[in-house]
Write a protein that binds this ligand. Structure first.
Ligand SMILES: Cc1cc2nc3c(=O)[nH]c(=O)nc-3n(C[C@H](O)[C@H](O)[C@H](O)COP(=O)(O)OP(=O)(O)OC[C@H]3O[C@@H](n4cnc5c(N)ncnc54)[C@H](O)[C@@H]3O)c2cc1C
Length: 393
């Protein structure tokens, strides 16, 4: 096997496979490494993906990667007295099958020319004069060393590669959500993503039901780090207290950590780039990160190939990825983070009251980051929230 590459990407999730594909398309020699023997498995995801992303990312889903088509979302108040349904062209999407999807993306990277190896765990980063220039890995029980000009860390929420390369990439516990999800059968579903807000049911998080078919769904909960209890207890309680799940059977258990605070302060260093959940490029409101990882991976792969082929792989040149990402994506995420920080301060009484006044247009505005008119509407009815909500204006 070849052991010297222009670009090595660690992690064949959506971010890493996109980075590898784009770097290979840019003419670089690329190695994509993953520790899993089957990409995408075990699943650690609700598997929801908005269809507008397909166009933005130039992506086509294979029919096998689609579990269900979604027309919109429905949001429930904590007391379940009010449900707001949002259905418009922008709320369309899919619940996908990550085991198929992740493999499809790695296949695309392989077709673009990247070498792909699975069941290969990177345990150290090789450095020269402090600059990353390769990896040490355990591949099917054998030691493997490979060198590169640019190393891309796309190793997800429990990322270690950036840290091994010398960059501080840890998320604080407070800004990490703990997610757990059961794939269940005998759960009647419409083609809607269901979201349940409640401090009692999911402190600093939410409960979701994502349909994977007419009677199969991913039923999950995410709770904020440092909250009392654990996510499994919250999920079991939600299911037990809901008549709808009386015949439901769990056929898979999925879960994982989601960094929902600020993106990393640095996304590049000499010879190094960090993308996807490893870089905390996750939507702070719903914890979705597949599309953001692919978007960042695409940019990183392009820049990595260009820099590697020009022999200019210092921080200054790799920074093109970071500046593009910070200009195009970061402002949206920071606006969403502001909303999250406000929502974290509301209790169930506030949520119930707010739900009474909001309609689908208001929720749509919130999703699009147009906070002011919604805040004004809520404050007319609930002026005591002025201090908390003023952070959004
Ligand atoms: C419970 C839960 C529900 C979620 N629901 C959704 C959702 O509905 N929609 C959505 O968009 N996002 C969701 N997310 C987030 C989403 O799963 C991630 O944001 C997304 O997978 C990020 O892609 P990535 O490529 O950055 O990392 P990952 O998909 O995590 O891929 C990282 C890859 O790196 C590999 N790896 C790690 N360390 C090493 C190593 N040392 N050596 C070799 N390989 C390594 C792993 O095996 C893995 O394949 C959810 C997350 C959780 C935990």
């Amino acid at each position: 096997m070849k052991t010297d590459y222009d670009v090595i990407v660690v992690g064949a999730g959506p971010g890493g496979s996109f980075a590898a594909k784009n770097a290979a398309k840019g003419g670089a020699s690329v190695l994509l490494i993953d520790r899993r023997k089957e990409l995408g498995a075990p699943v650690r995801c609700g598997e929801g993906l908005g269809s507008h992303w397909l166009k933005e990312l130039g992506l086509k889903l294979s029919p096998k990667a689609i579990s269900a088509e979604i027309s919109g979302s429905v949001l429930y108040s904590p007391d379940m007295k009010r449900a707001v349904k949002i259905q418009n062209p922008e709320t369309k999407g899919y619940v996908i099958d990550r085991k198929v999807f992740d493999k499809d993306l790695a296949i695309d990277a392989g077709r673009a020319g990247a070498d792909v190896i699975v069941k290969t765990e990177v345990y150290d980063v090789i450095k020269k004069d402090g600059k990353p220039c390769g990896v040490k890995a355990c591949s099917m029980g054998e030691r493997l060393e490979a060198t590169c000009k640019v190393l891309i860390a796309a190793d997800g929420g429990e990322s270690t590669v950036a840290r091994m390369a010398g960059m501080n990439s840890t998320a604080t516990l407070y800004d990490t959500d703990f997610g757990i999800e059961y794939e269940m059968v005998n759960v009647e579903c419409e083609d809607l993503i269901e979201i349940y807000f409640s401090r009692n049911a999911a402190p600093r998080g939410y409960v979701w039901v994502f349909p994977k078919g007419k009677d199969v769904a991913n039923v999950g909960v995410g709770i904020g780090g440092l909250e009392k209890g654990n996510a499994v207890e919250y999920l079991d309680k939600f299911i037990k207290n809901n008549e709808r799940f009386k015949d439901a059977q769990t056929v898979a258990i999925k879960g994982g950590l989601i960094p929902v605070g600020e993106p990393l302060k640095e996304l590049v260093a000499d010879g190094l780039m960090v993308v996807g959940t490893a870089a905390h490029q996750v939507d702070p409101i719903h914890g979705g990160g597949m599309a953001l990882a692919m978007e960042a991976g695409g940019m990183a792969g392009e820049v990595a190939a260009k820099c590697a082929l020009e022999g200019k792989t210092d921080r200054k040149h790799l920074f093109e990825y970071e500046s593009r990402w910070r200009k195009r994506v970061e402002p949206k995420l920071m606006r969403r983070l502001r909303l999250r920080k406000v929502l974290e301060k509301l209790d169930d009484g506030d949520f119930n009251a707010i739900f009474k006044y909001l309609n689908d247009n208001d929720i749509d505005r919130l999703i699009k980051g147009d906070y002011k008119p919604v805040v004004e509407k809520v404050l007319l009815k609930r002026p005591q929230l002025l201090k908390v909500l003023s952070a959004l204006i």
